[in-house]
Design a protein around this ligand. Structure first.
Ligand code: NAP
Length: 297
């Protein structure tokens, strides 16, 4: 099989260069610098590394970035106050609360406290509802990044059978919605699989486009893929590896070696969906700053 490995890093770099020039233009024309506020509670290593990558990307795009890193014993009231402070701060156009939160904090209460016009992750009920009924909103970053990858790779989605493995609120459900909506990068017939699905392989083998977001390595192997399918691996799993300085290696949810023998196009992990997620966060933050300039933020 002549398989294309979709380089998410390159796609993301191209999009980020374009975003950086639009940021410069917004500064020059309106004197406004798009700003992202990030709240990180606790010291989870994966969360810390995501947040650091997001801040670096923000700075490289010429955006303002405000980083609040607070200890794991922060109370719910304190967490809500941090969000409210960013809601009221005109330098901040987008707010990101890094999940998961420590168990004593009600995650949905904190997410719901984000002003919808600054919800650049697209996680608040207002944004999710707007997305579902096709109104202007911030599309959630990972699902939006996946659709952008498909579009930029020239993958035709209309009329295709897309199978999504996973039904989480942040990946599975929204990507299924975007793939089925009547819009560019959508119009597919979508099947969603989860742990209640009997015979997962029977469904994945029917997929023209297979999106895997299960959070478990090797959930999909080459034998579960239809020859010529497009495979988007969303998973990020840390596999202990004593040969690595950091003590682990990253793997997706798809067994890359066997899958690449069957798929026509596949995303690697790392270097696939991940860089696009951060890029869409910058995209949404820029859009929020633009809306604020127009007075409809
Ligand atoms: P999640 O909340 O744990 O959801 C996983 C989903 O997969 C659940 O719906 C679960 O089904 C389903 N599932 C798990 N094992 C399955 C199996 N064997 N067969 C069928 N379905 C199965 O995870 P998530 O937040 O969606 O994230 C998924 C993965 O993507 C994780 O590895 C995460 O780290 C990664 N991720 C990457 C990015 C990125 O930017 N690259 C962004 C977000 C997430 P049930 O609902 O029945 O439990």
């Amino acid at each position: 099989m002549n398989t294309t490995i979709l380089d998410g890093k390159k796609l993301a770099a191209d999009m980020r260069a374009d975003i950086a020039s639009q940021v410069a233009q917004l500064k020059a024309e309106h004197g406004v610098t798009p700003g992202l506020g990030v709240i990180l509670i606790g010291v989870d290593p994966a969360s810390t590394s995501y947040v650091t990558a997001k801040e670096k990307a923000c700075e490289e795009a010429g955006m303002y970035s405000q980083d609040l890193r607070v200890p794991a014993n922060t109370t719910q009231e304190e967490a809500l106050a941090l969000v409210q402070g960013m809601n009221a701060d005109p330098r901040i156009h987008g707010i990101l609360v890094q999940l998961p939160l420590p168990k004593h904090i009600d995650e949905s209460a904190v997410i719901n406290a984000i002003a919808p016009e600054k919800d650049v992750d697209g996680f608040t009920p207002v944004n999710v509802g707007r997305m579902m009924i096709g109104q202007t909103c911030y599309l959630p970053c990972t699902p939006h990044g996946i659709i952008q990858m498909l579009l930029k790779a020239g993958v035709q989605t209309s009329g295709k059978h897309a199978v999504v493995v996973g039904r989480s609120n942040i990946v599975g459900k929204p990507v299924a919605h975007l793939l089925m909506r009547k819009a560019e990068g959508g119009n597919a017939t979508v099947t969603v699989c989860h742990t209640g699905t009997r015979d997962l392989a029977a469904f994945t083998r029917e997929a023209d486009i297979l999106v895997v977001a299960a959070g478990r390595p090797d959930t999909v192997t080459g034998g579960m893929i239809k020859p010529g399918a497009v495979v988007i691996d969303v998973g990020v799993n840390r596999i202990p590896d004593a040969t690595k300085k950091c003590g682990f290696r990253l793997a997706g949810d798809v067994d890359f070696e066997s899958a690449k023998e069957v798929a026509s196009l596949i995303t690697p992990v790392p270097g696939g969906v991940g860089p696009m997620t951060i890029t869409m966060l910058l995209y949404n933050t820029l859009e929020s700053a633009r809306r604020a300039c127009k007075g409809d933020g």
